[in-house]
Design a protein around this ligand. Structure first.
Ligand code: SF4
Ligand code: SF4
Length: 91
């Protein structure tokens, strides 16, 4: 029979010992598909910026968007949410 442990007897798992260290973790290495923006179709609605779960889309001074390919994981949510279909996922 397995002896169940109390929560305080369990080993410590994931611990963030240094806030802000995620900037050093270049998550783009996981990417298979890359979002590519057709600027001629982009209406600068910023919905992709709102929906990107990684914060990998940056806003430029003129309101256009720029994808930070160091952190984009290629999930495709931005392409799915873009109303004029200005973003295409390329392998
Ligand atoms: S593919 Fe995903 S992670 Fe990359 S910019 Fe679009 S929403 Fe963000
Ligand atoms: S969602 Fe599409 S149209 Fe809107 S800012 Fe992003 S790329 Fe441009």
């Amino acid at each position: 029979m397995v002896e169940l442990k109390k929560w305080y007897e369990l080993p410590i798992g994931c611990t963030n010992i240094e806030p802000g260290s995620s900037l050093r973790n270049l998550t783009a290495s996981w990417r298979t598909f890359t979002p590519v923006v057709d600027k001629s179709k982009c209406t600068k609605c910023c919905l992709c910026w709102v929906f990107c779960p990684e914060g990998a889309i940056e806003l430029e001074e003129d309101g256009s968007i720029k994808i930070n390919y160091l952190y984009c994981k290629g999930c495709g949510i931005c392409a799915n949410e873009c109303p004029p279909r200005a973003i295409t996922m390329k392998r």
